[in-house]
Design a protein around this ligand. Structure first.
Ligand code: GTP
Length: 322
């Protein structure tokens, strides 16, 4: 069975200040870290061993996920002292399970993508095509903000193109790749390498079989605060959701697709709209919280008005979720 690698070591600069204390993949979507949603999707596709390729704030992952037994999975951690880029991270993580001696494919996930595509079907397509690499491709309405990935009628990738004003296709790289283990040795060891800018274009140029798996299903890159809030609202799909042990006092309203984690308390006469609230948060009485992100274990005193804010136990900073 294939082995998963989750790329979760980036700085998440565009999501600052939300990533000041939390790596982007650990930010909650509907009360669970994005990484947990991805692990569940991997498991559904029959992938039971996953390597987390961590770097920035690597220490945050292990206490939450441990050895993976809670999810019935085996989790390993490949920690980069300095981030090795997406390609360097894949090579480093795959070395943990001896990629040169395995016939297993690797399924690589960008750690910031919420996708409901069928990973098992992507794996079958990879095998049918005898591909070296198979990327999930998604069609977007406007591809100008992305690099685009043209394919021929068999699905074979013909080029990797940088952002342009008139993209040749609206198909973009959706951030889930299957790698034949032999391809991993083509990535230089111990160097900073970008899979998107270096490895993929080089493989195509040298005539290796790189294929695009087209599937149009729910997909979102949560790279900015606006996208993270959209992802969380989409997941909630209603007024609000709350985790186990969370208590909301009577007379308070939680709405606008807000999510509250586990073991939190909301006092009386509060209105919470379009907000993401973590675990173990205490909100006093008569508070208004709108378009805000409240990190785990924060305390909001009664009568507070929190609009467009990132609040952690030690920080209070403005954010824009538009
Ligand atoms: P920005 O700084 O806002 O661009 O975010 P980012 O650092 O997460 O970069 P980007 O969105 O391009 O990264 C895509 C995915 O790859 C994310 O899940 C990152 O965590 C991950 N990633 C990026 N660079 C590295 C790296 O050097 N090492 C590892 N292990 N993962 C990385």
């Amino acid at each position: 069975m294939a082995i998963g690698i989750l790329l979760v070591g980036g700085f998440g600069t565009r999501l600052k200040p939300l990533t000041n204390q939390t790596p982007k993949p650990m930010l909650p979507i509907g009360g669970l870290p994005l990484t947990e949603h991805q692990l569940l999707a991997a498991k559904k596709a029959g992938i039971n061993t996953v390597i987390l390729a961590t770097s920035y704030l690597s220490e945050v992952f292990t206490p939450y996920f441990g050895d993976g037994s809670k999810w019935g999975m085996k989790l390993l951690y490949a920690v980069e002292k300095e981030p090795l880029g997406t390609g360097g991270a894949i090579r480093n993580a795959a070395a943990m399970v001896g990629f040169a001696d395995t016939s297993e494919d690797f399924v690589i996930f960008n750690g910031d993508v919420l996708s409901k595509h069928d990973i098992a079907s992507q794996l079958s397509f990879h095998k049918e095509c005898s591909a070296d690499v198979t990327l999930h491709l998604i069609k977007v309405a406007d591809a100008r903000a992305f690099g685009c990935v043209p394919t021929d009628e068999t699905g074979r990738v013909s080029d990797f193109l940088e952002k342009m004003d008139n993209p040749l296709t609206n198909d973009i790289n959706a951030g889930c790749y299957i790698f034949n283990p032999t391809v991993i040795s083509a990535i230089p060891e111990g160097k900073v390498v970008s899979i998107e800018r270096e490895t993929f274009p080089q493989l195509v140029k040298s005539g290796r079989p790189v294929f695009g798996y087209h599937e149009q299903s729910y997909w979102l890159d949560i790279g900015t605060p606006a996208a993270l809030f959209k992802g969380s609202r989409d997941y909630v799909a209603g007024d609000f959701m709350a985790g186990s042990g969370t208590k909301v006092a009577s007379g308070s309203l939680v709405t606008g697709g807000s999510s509250i984690g586990s073991g939190s308390e909301v006092g009386a006469s509060c209105t919470i709209t379009n907000s993401i609230i973590g675990d173990g948060v205490v909100i006093g009485d008569n508070c208004t919280v709108t378009g805000s992100f409240i990190l785990h274990n924060s305390v909001i005193s009664s009568n507070s008005e929190i609009i467009g804010k990132y609040i952690s136990p030690t920080e209070n900073l403005p954010i824009s979720t538009q």
